[in-house]
Design a protein around this ligand. Sequence first.
Ligand SMILES: *[C@@H]1O[C@H](CO)[C@@H](O)[C@H](O)[C@H]1NC(C)=O
Ligand SMILES: *[C@@H]1O[C@H](CO)[C@@H](O)[C@H](O)[C@H]1NC(C)=O
Ligand SMILES: *[C@@H]1O[C@H](CO)[C@@H](O)[C@H](O)[C@H]1NC(C)=O
Length: 456
Amino acid sequence: MESTTTNHLLLLLLFFFFFHCKLTLSISLLPKQALPTKSGYLPVNPTSKSAIFYLFYEAQKPTSPLSQTPLLIWLQGGPGCSSMLGNFLELGPWRVNFRKTPDQPLMLEPNPGSWNRIFGLLFLDNPIGTGFSIASKPEEIPRDQTKVAQHLFSAITTFIKSNPSFKSRPIYITGESYAGKYAPAFGYHILKENAQWPESDRVNLVGVAVGNGLTDPVIQVATHAANAYFSGLVNERQKHELEKLQTEAVALTEARNWSAATAARRRVLNRLQNMTEFATLYDITKRAPYRNDMVEELLRNDDVKAALGVKGSVVFEVCSDFVNEILHEDMMKSTKYMVERLVKESRVLLYQGVNDMRLGVVPNEAWVKTLDWEGIEGYLGAEREVWRVNGELAGYVQKWGSLTNVVVLGAGHLVPNDQALNSQAMIEDWVLEKGFFGSALKKNLSTNYPLGPMQI
Ligand SMILES: *[C@@H]1O[C@H](CO)[C@@H](O)[C@H](O)[C@H]1NC(C)=O
Ligand SMILES: *[C@@H]1O[C@H](CO)[C@@H](O)[C@H](O)[C@H]1NC(C)=O
Ligand SMILES: *[C@@H]1O[C@H](CO)[C@@H](O)[C@H](O)[C@H]1NC(C)=O
């Protein structure tokens, strides 16, 4: 009898031990406080099972009633990369711990620079086939920006309908890299739809923000040689070699030979990578690439997937080569004309981390100055303000009317990864039109900028 009691006790102990282990494991990877407010799937049309996966985080400390609190939508680039990368590596409320040593376990940590401090934040895995989004048939995956925008529009209208208080909230579309295509395409589609509906049925789009974007590839691809040369990374002979490759990419784009043009652009960047041998052209100050691998590890964990409401047994890929390949012919097509409409009918923020040698300041400056927009002269003639956050130099802001461009210091391609707090200050002030991002910014030369000692 005694021995059975002991056995029972042992079993009970074992049970608690395993239960505890499992619990601590899932707690340590995705703490309760890190759970999204809502998550799930948004259909892309009424007739298919394809759906966009979303995670929504409500504002942590809203400064207005929720029905008036801005809502940011985040779109990752790639094409084919999951917005979970933005969430868990860049601007979400909890990020991976960027393991300093290989033996340190993967964990999530609160992000003081989260973009949902005072705004709602919605991550969409776009297009379908990316991240946890579902493509019921490969043929349903978009091959161009028109289709991408239709799917996103369907998803956002469903999302808004899911909660009556969402309807009146100001919406901002944000994203980076290939979202330099998605965000303008989505915004443009909303403007076109809104024009056909009474005010009460419109999507309350206020602005579009793009970081280190690809928007007008034919102009952007032609800047790499000069950018690398004047940054001291290649010599004149190498510059000529890169120029030759760029010229091919431009010619193929102008001939609308889209597939060959995409391949030609790839050759330019591969050659530049090969000449310079940086760990990553996305940030030439880094000794190793960005830690996408940690996000992949996190989201392959079954407990984490279950907690996020992921259906089925999908193996998470941080970037899908399959989706990337499907958009191969879209790569060199421009969305500049969409930005031209958005800058007239909404607000536009462009920002670039300076250490990005692929889609940084120079390739963006090049297309922005060609904008067909009545404000372009004003923009090009505007002061480039020195931007400070809590007194510290953070970068430079140039603003005219509805267009703002920010150069972010100390950052590469993934600005919120590299400068979390400054990126938060930037997005908050831009949305709220405060400080350096306000409409009445005037430099007070007489007092704010004392001259230093004279130098010979
Ligand atoms: C596109 O460019 C490739 C490479 O230059 C060439 O082989 C191909 O014939 C071109 N296609 C068309 C339709 O012009
Ligand atoms: C890259 O550089 C190495 C030598 O440094 C060379 O062998 C290789 O062919 C180059 N690859 C490309 C794609 O240029
Ligand atoms: C500039 O700053 C000084 C001192 O702070 C203030 O007296 C002056 O009114 C300011 N000028 C403008 C144009 O704001």
